[in-house]
Write a protein that binds this ligand. Structure first.
Ligand code: IPM
Ligand code: MG
Length: 372
């Protein structure tokens, strides 16, 4: 029996291309692992009315880690229109499988390292080395949303928000409510993860990203939790910034920052910005980390227009493999893989289209595997 059981979840679109690239690298690394395919993605929504079928949920209960490619998602009405005819009347609502997976398996820590590898022509500036910790299960991603708004909720909101209820006189389908729900324990654990990382890897500072001056209840709670947790890490500096200002300062002087921690939606936004500064879609990798399970993925989407063309840069996915190796405790292999990626980038003879070259997805994977 293999030492590790890894769920293999290509999804759809370029998810399939980049996972094929990941396999080339993993075969070279010779990890003692069994890779078990899981059905997930747009095809299963259309055919079965569920993009994340129960059998795949079951598989994830029984593995050490998972590697996930990408999944197409579409707005509610467009998704409904593509359902098989016999499912049309069932009132099914599409919800992003990765968001469901994060909540279902309590993968609360979304870890997104953003490092400018020397020689990458897409680097915004050389030397950037930021790590984003994004809360991954709560906040505006709670999934508690209403449109139309149920009568009892409308009545309650009108009653408790007087006199600031401009919606009170509107018909129930003329407004919508999405609940931003943040818990103290949920905030504390992601903030602790950021500080633990800073301590372990000798990082100097953790910056808490919020909007507590306006979103007082939820972001206020997050910021207060951060101040409390920071007290237990006296050797690490903590500062904070509003999400809007943060985007400007990050562009102005990324070297002022080190480790960032944020509630779910701000973390989503800031991690795209940080990824763009180190090369964009082809370089952003993420770990969705829980206690028992962790799911690793490139941060990019499924880019249907490039699907099957083996054109896109697989480095984001290969860096996600590196994160997976680290999480499994295979840190020597993890570091060697990162070195191989860095060497290929530095050498510059194999580059995908985003980097100005014409190497294919699989050429890039082979070049990296050769350096391992
Ligand atoms: C990400 C993505 C997802 C998110 C989408 C695909 C649901 O943007 O992983 O950052 O919003 O979390
Ligand atoms: Mg995102």
């Amino acid at each position: 029996m293999a030492k590790y059981r890894i769920a293999w979840l290509p999804g759809d679109g370029i998810g399939i291309d980049v996972l094929e690239a990941a396999k080339i690298v993993l075969d070279k690394i010779n990890l003692d692992a069994e890779y078990i395919h899981g059905d997930i993605g747009w095809e299963f929504w259309c055919k079965e009315g569920d993009a994340f079928p129960e059998r795949t949920v079951k598989l994830l209960k029984n593995v050490d880690a998972a590697l996930f490619g990408a999944i197409t998602s579409k707005p509610v009405k467009a998704a409904q229109a593509e359902l098989a005819p016999e499912l049309q009347s069932k009132n099914l609502v599409y919800r992003s499988p990765i968001v469901r997976m994060r909540q279902m398996f309590d993968l609360y820590n979304c870890l997104r390292p953003c490092k400018a590898y020397p020689g990458n022509p897409l680097n915004f500036k050389e030397g950037i080395n930021l790590v984003v910790f994004r809360e991954n299960t709560e906040d505006l991603y709670s999934g508690v949303e209403f449109n139309p708004v149920p009568r009892e909720l409308a009545d309650l909101l009108t009653k408790i928000s007087k006199p600031f209820a401009p919606f009170a006189s509107l018909p129930l389908d003329q407004y919508a409510v999405s609940c931003k729900i943040n818990t103290k324990s949920g905030s504390e654990r992601i903030i602790r993860a950021a500080f633990d990382f800073a301590r372990k890897f000798h990082r100097k500072k953790v910056t808490v990203v919020h909007k507590a001056n306006v979103v007082r209840a939820t972001d206020g709670l997050f910021f207060e939790a951060a101040k409390e947790v920071a007290g237990q890490y006296p050797e690490i500096k903590m500062d904070d910034a509003n999400i809007d200002a943060m985007t400007m300062w990050l562009l102005k002087n990324p070297f002022q920052y080190d480790v960032l921690v944020a509630p779910n939606l701000y973390g989503d936004i800031i991690s795209d910005l940080c990824a763009q500064m180190v090369g964009g879609l082809g370089f952003g990798c993420s770990g969705n980390i829980g206690i028992k399970l962790a799911v690793f993925e490139p941060t990019h989407g499924s880019a249907p227009k490039y699907a099957g063309q083996y054109k896109v840069n697989p480095i984001a996915t290969i860096l996600a493999v590196k994160m997976m190796l680290d999480w499994l405790g295979e840190t020597t292999r993890g570091s060697r893989l990162e070195d191989a990626v860095a060497a290929v980038i530095k050498e510059g003879s194999v580059r995908t289209y985003d980097m100005g070259g014409n190497a294919s997805t699989l050429d890039m994977a082979k070049a990296i595997a050769d350096k391992f």
